[in-house]
Write a protein of this length. Structure first.
Length: 77
């Protein structure tokens, strides 16, 4: 079982990644593009990267919980 605190930490980290990546894309983009298109491009890129990070972190946590419960179950036998 994954604890609610672990889920909250995964959400916070994903949100932080979203903001940081969006700001990085927004401030690094420039040139001929309009501010409006750069803003939405940075939001889209931040959303994609944060979703990938969310799923990877969730997968790592679920695998760790599964392995931990498997070892705990083996020790009880």
């Amino acid at each position: 079982m994954v604890y609610p605190t672990a889920k909250q930490k995964i959400k916070k980290v994903s949100l932080l990644i979203f903001f940081l990546y969006s700001l990085a894309i927004f401030f690094s983009s420039g040139g001929e593009s309009s501010l409006f298109s750069i803003f939405f491009l940075s939001l889209y890129a931040g959303l994609v990267v944060s979703l990938i990070a969310y799923f990877l972190l969730s997968l790592i946590v679920y695998i760790a919980v599964f392995v931990n419960s498997w070892f705990t179950h083996e020790e009880k036998k």
